[in-house]
Design a protein. Sequence first.
Length: 131
Amino acid sequence: MSQENVEIVRRIIDATRRGDWEAALRDYDQGVILDQSRMPGGGVYRGHEGLREFYGRWFGAWEHLRIKPERVIDAGDQVVDINETSGRGRSSGAAVKMRSANVWTIARGKVVRQVAFPVASEALEAAGLRE
């Protein structure tokens, strides 16, 4: 089951990198909780409508956004992805580059919770792992 969980996360990452929000949503549970509260300007989003709101706000704020996955780590019913995000703010013009991570919780073949962390080591610790 763990490898299946890793594949679910990889599919979502690939779909979001392509901007294919509907493909990304297929692997999320209808009642998913997306916790972006640890990230700058973040919040907590619920369900597919919340995900659409987040995607529109987050991806709409960038020019030349690039998400480069570094690692996707199996942690049982959780998966950790570590990535490098870089881009230029659409309104500010500021260049940004950060290494961040997500902890994904999967149940019944769907993502039920995704928590973003601005520091990869915090995500690994939250999933009971070490870097």
